[in-house]
Design a protein around this ligand. Structure first.
Ligand SMILES: [Zn+2]
Length: 253
C-alpha cells in the first residue's frame, strides 16, 4: 500500500476515518484558516493570509458539491502554496485539463485526497463489481462529492480498467488517467459518428445504458478494431459529454 498523500495525512492526523467526519471547515480551522461564504464575481474562491492565518472565501452562489470542492482546493493552496494571495476562477478549480505541475492541479489533487481519500474510497470500491452511474452516484453521495470527482478517483485506483474521456463540440477536452494504460490507448480527438457520445452531443440523443463498441470507435491505433470497449456516456454542464470507457485487460501494461 502506498504512503498517504498530504491531504490524506491531514485527515489521519485528525483521527478522521469516515466520510461523514470530513468537516472541511473544521479541518481548515485546525490549520489556521477560516472559511466564509459570500457571493463572488469573477472568481469561485480565494485565499488571503499570512504565515499562520488565512481567510478562505468561497462563492455562496455555487452548489453544495462545488462549494465543498472549492473549500478543499483552497485548503490545498494553504498547505502547498502558503503566503500567496490566490484568486481561483471557476476554470482553475476542478479542471482535469491542467497538467500535474500546475499549482491549480496540485490544489485539485489535494482536494480530491481530502474529500475522497484513498483509504476510505478503496475499501468501498472493492465492493463495487462494475462502475455503473448508479454505483458512482451512491459513492458520491456518501462522500458529498460530485459524480465527476468520484469517477476521477475511481479511475485512478487500480481496481477498474476504466478511462474517462470528455468531449465537447470542438473535440477532446480531457481524459484520465493518462498513466495507467499502454501509451497507444489515447482516445481519438474527434468523436466517431458510431459512438453514443456523438449522438448525444450532436443529435441530442438521451443518456444511453452501457454499450459494447468496437475499439476503433474510440481509439485510432492500428489494431484497435480487434478489441471491444464498453461505453457509458452522460452529460456535463456546458454542452460536454463525459464517457466512462471500460478497456480490455490487455490495455493495462
Ligand atoms: Zn486555485
Amino acid at each position: 500500500m502506498r504512503a498517504p498523500t498530504a491531504g490524506e495525512r491531514m485527515l489521519i492526523d485528525l483521527g478522521i476515518s469516515e466520510p461523514k467526519e470530513i468537516d472541511l471547515e473544521a479541518i481548515a480551522c485546525c490549520h489556521g484558516a477560516f472559511v466564509e461564504y459570500e457571493p463572488l464575481d469573477g472568481c469561485e474562491a480565494m485565499i488571503v493570509g499570512d504565515d499562520k492565518h488565512a481567510i478562505i472565501t468561497v462563492n455562496s452562489r455555487s452548489g453544495d458539491e462545488r462549494r465543498r470542492f472549492s473549500v478543499a482546493h483552497e485548503i490545498g493552496h494553504w498547505h502547498l502554496h502558503r503566503g500567496r494571495r490566490l484568486f481561483c476562477s471557476a476554470v482553475d478549480i476542478g479542471n482535469p485539463r491542467h497538467d500535474v505541475l500546475n499549482p491549480e492541479r496540485q490544489a485539485d489533487d489535494f482536494a480530491s485526497d481530502l474529500i475522497l481519500p484513498d483509504f476510505m474510497v478503496r475499501p468501498r470500491a472493492m465492493k463495487i463489481r462494475k462502475v455503473t452511474i448508479a454505483a458512482v452516484d451512491e459513492l458520491a453521495g456518501e462522500f458529498s462529492a460530485s459524480r465527476t470527482a468520484t469517477l476521477i478517483k475511481l479511475a485512478r485506483l487500480d481496481r477498474f480498467p476504466i478511462m474517462l474521456v470528455c468531449h465537447d463540440r470542438n473535440g477532446l477536452r480531457w481524459w484520465s488517467p493518462q498513466n495507467r494504460f499502454a501509451g497507444w490507448w489515447r482516445p481519438s480527438r474527434q468523436l466517431d459518428t458510431q459512438t453514443y457520445a456523438y449522438e448525444m452531443l450532436f443529435n441530442d440523443a438521451g443518456d444511453p445504458h452501457p454499450h459494447k463498441m468496437p475499439g476503433d470507435a474510440w481509439f485510432d491505433f492500428k489494431g484497435a478494431d480487434r478489441d471491444e470497449v464498453i461505453e457509458q456516456s452522460f452529460r456535463l454542464p456546458g454542452d460536454q459529454i463525459l464517457t466512462i470507457l471500460t478497456l480490455p485487460e490487455r490495455a493495462v501494461p
